[in-house]
Design a protein around this ligand. Structure first.
Ligand code: CP
Length: 329
């Protein structure tokens, strides 16, 4: 559903709200944008940052939120179907933000909305090991911000390392790469956790260059950014992750000496042992800023969904002062 214009617009919006929120008057104006809107956060798979960043994104815009995080507290335990549960949420709120262990659930919920009289937007906040689209958006925002002094994302060499087979963040990010010119991807993974063939077929179809290796040290000096991921142990059926020697797929102080001075390291978090906490001190460690960028990007997504982007642009031009001193939404 994304194109370059929409990605650029979302990045610009995220920057505008980030700047506006720095001042008291700007933060108040943002809070006046959507005070009558309500969001449902249906997160039945564990999450820290996606849940908290969406929750806070809603509150930044003055929205109210409801949540179900533990399915044992919902009527699903009485046998209510997934479809009936989603339809019930839509009776009370204006947007459903959902994370599930099962792949395809957000798409199923969105399809259900197409057939009911009061549909509400559905945002996929992570569906199984399949997709995590808003993570990909915040990753694009982080890449765009970080590469801004170097002409943006176009033409850059981006490494993706770790459990690429079961990591939904890298899968979603690969999809968005088709909107950038001349990007080259380098997949660095243990052979049993290499990138899946459906993503490689997609990259081939869209003529996005990629290569695969198990040797980080060989490719590290060429990379403009390295996107590290953890082993997705939650999908193990027989301790597969434990069989992997993670050391060759980890970043420590030695790896920093091999990187370009202006390259940077990303990670969707949470991290395991694949990034030594000592790396956090290096200015090329981008993952904590990436995490915070997630909240601003999710504010931007909500602004776009509810169609108030022009008000935000006007506010940004007026340093947060509401036009004519009146209410905005
Ligand atoms: N990156 C990410 O999705 O983190 P959480 O699982 O904590 O939401």
């Amino acid at each position: 559903m994304f194109d370059r214009a929409l990605l650029d617009e979302l990045c610009d919006l995220a920057t505008r709200v980030r700047t506006l929120a720095k001042s008291e008057v700007g933060a108040r104006a943002l809070r006046d944008l959507l005070p009558t809107r309500r969001a449902m956060l249906y997160f039945t798979q564990p999450s820290t940052r996606t849940f908290l960043s969406f929750n806070n994104a809603c509150h930044i815009l003055g929205m109210r939120t409801s949540e179900i995080r533990d399915p044992s507290t919902s009527s699903e335990v009485k046998g209510e179907s997934f479809s009936d549960s989603i339809r019930t949420f839509s009776s009370y709120v204006d947007v459903i933000i959902m994370r599930t262990k099962e792949a395809g659930r957000a798409a199923q919920a969105a399809k259900l909305m197409d057939g009911i009289p009061r549909p509400v937007p559905v945002i996929n906040a992570g569906s199984g090991s399949d997709q995590h689209p808003t993570q990909a958006l915040l990753d694009i925002y982080t890449l765009a911000r970080s590469f801004e002094p170097r002409g943006g994302i176009d033409g850059k060499v981006i490494g993706m390392m770790g459990d690429l087979k079961r990591g939904r963040t890298v899968r979603s990010l690969c999809y968005l790469m088709r909107h950038y010119e001349g990007v080259r991807l380098v997949f660095i993974a243990p052979p049993q956790f290499a990138m899946e063939s459906d993503i490689k077929a997609y990259l081939d179809e869209h003529r996005i260059a990629y290569s695969e290796t198990t040797q980080l040290s060989t490719v590290l000096p060429q990379l403009d950014a390295l996107y590290v991921t953890r082993m997705q142990t939650e999908w193990d059926t027989a301790g597969e992750s434990r069989a992997v020697d993670l050391k060759p797929f980890s970043v420590g102080t030695h790896e920093l000496t091999l990187m370009k001075r202006d390259a940077f390291i990303m990670h969707p978090l949470p991290r395991g042992p694949e990034i030594d906490p000592l790396v956090d001190q290096d200015p090329r460690a981008m993952y904590w800023r990436q995490e915070r960028n997630g909240m601003w990007m999710r504010v931007a997504v909500l602004i776009k969904i509810f169609g108030v982007e022009r008000i935000v642009t006007a506010l940004a031009a007026a340093d947060g002062q509401p036009p004519l001193g009146g209410r905005l939404a």
